[in-house]
Design a binder for this molecule. Structure first.
Ligand SMILES: [Zn+2]
Length: 137
């Protein structure tokens, strides 16, 4: 399925409003385009005990597993605002691992769209996480 990365990124910017980020003031929004054509969004969810904070992308994948179980993800986009100003952000290492396993699980690529140095990139989860842990021991 083709998608417009600019409009998907715009949806991710809107999803920043879902964030609960009173400690870092970095509001992150993530949106997924599903094979059904639906969009589902999530924001990061901080906690005063910072190790238990949840990234927007991880929150999104967990949400999708619970409410849209089995529906494939075509693409996700992530955006962030620091003190309400748009900033570049890419998925962290943990989220790259989560997205890669999700892609492997659904047996189709998930494209990941984000802004890097002011340029909108769209790369597969696998490209974002080369040599990902695959659980094979
Ligand atoms: Zn993350």
């Amino acid at each position: 399925m083709n998608y417009d990365k600019d409009s998907l990124y715009s949806e991710a910017i809107t999803a920043c409003d879902l964030a609960y980020a009173p400690y870092s003031n970095v509001a992150v929004g993530a949106v997924a385009l599903l094979e059904s054509g639906e969009l589902v969004s999530a924001g990061n969810y901080e906690n005063c005990s910072s190790p238990v904070c949840i990234c927007a992308e991880h929150s999104l994948i967990c949400t999708l597993n619970n409410i849209k179980n089995g529906v494939k993800i075509v693409a996700i986009s992530v955006a962030a605002k620091y003190n309400k100003q748009l900033i570049d952000i890419a998925p962290c290492g943990k989220c790259r691992q989560v997205l890669t396993e999700c892609s492997n699980r659904q047996k189709s690529p998930i494209m990941v769209c984000f802004s890097h140095e002011g340029k909108l990139l769209s790369v597969s989860a696998g490209e974002l996480m080369p040599y990902a842990f695959d659980g094979n021991l």
